[in-house]
Design a protein around this ligand. Structure first.
Ligand SMILES: [Zn+2]
Length: 79
């Protein structure tokens, strides 16, 4: 079993310009996740929302954003 790599999202301590905020996707539920692990299609990057504690997946590109909006609760997570 591989350990899921993730970073904790941080509550922003400053205003992030909207054009620097990317979007995250909700992580699949555990059942879907297990089947993804089995087929090797696990998201390479996980973010845990500081507000709602959900695991979220970050798209690989573009890599330049420094903050992401949680699709579950709308909180901005700084990385
Ligand atoms: Zn959240």
């Amino acid at each position: 079993m591989t350990e899921r790599k993730h970073v904790m999202g941080k509550k922003p301590d400053r205003v992030i310009p909207a054009d620097q905020i990317g979007k995250l996707d909700l992580a699949p539920d555990e059942e879907a996740e297990k089947s993804q692990e089995a087929t090797g299609h696990v998201s390479p990057f996980w973010v845990k929302c500081w507000n709602c504690q959900k695991f979220l997946t970050r798209p690989l590109a573009p890599p330049s954003e420094q903050a992401y909006t949680c699709p579950n609760c709308g909180a901005v997570n700084m990385l």
